[in-house]
Design a binder for this molecule. Structure first.
Ligand code: FES
Length: 148
């Protein structure tokens, strides 16, 4: 009984010698390859956030996917904070102008509508002007609205 041995190597196997895209019609290669190569991750938008804190006013570039607290700390501002989770209310501020997304925080809707914010969960959605405030101011307001 005769035995046939098959020997595959990269040189005699057509599927291994051609890069995968060369098997596609030229028209498809021209259309798809450049668009795939051009696809780059998009950079997050950045906004100018002016922060008043302890007699100092600074304007920082804050990307939409970072919190105002993170940027302020990275820039060396001594902004009060603790949990960084929007729970302890150690980082209160008043939003004087602009918009932030703070949907991860624990502030009641009433308090948010009055322009209060927690810096640790505040992601800028426009250029903003923000002022830190005493913790007691926000706590008393939050408790008053919780009793309504
Ligand atoms: S650091 Fe705790 S709520 Fe912002």
């Amino acid at each position: 009984m005769a035995t046939t041995l098959l020997h595959f190597s990269p040189t005699n196997s057509p599927s291994l010698t051609k890069p995968p895209l060369l098997g596609l019609p030229a028209r498809v290669r021209r259309l798809r390859l450049p668009s795939l190569l051009r696809r780059q991750p998009t950079a997050a938008a950045a906004y100018k956030v002016t922060i008043e804190h302890a007699g100092e006013t600074r304007t920082l570039e804050v990307e939409e996917d970072e919190t105002i607290l993170e940027r302020a700390l990275d820039e060396g501002m001594d902004v009060p904070h603790d949990c960084k989770l929007g729970v302890c209310m150690t980082c209160p501020a008043r939003l004087l102008r602009g918009a932030v997304d703070q949907s991860e925080g624990m502030l009641s809707d009433d308090v948010v509508e009055r322009g209060y914010s927690l810096l640790c969960v505040a992601y800028p959605r426009s250029d903003c002007h923000i002022r830190t405030i005493p913790e007691e101011e926000l706590l008393s307001l939050q408790l008053a609205t919780a009793n309504d």
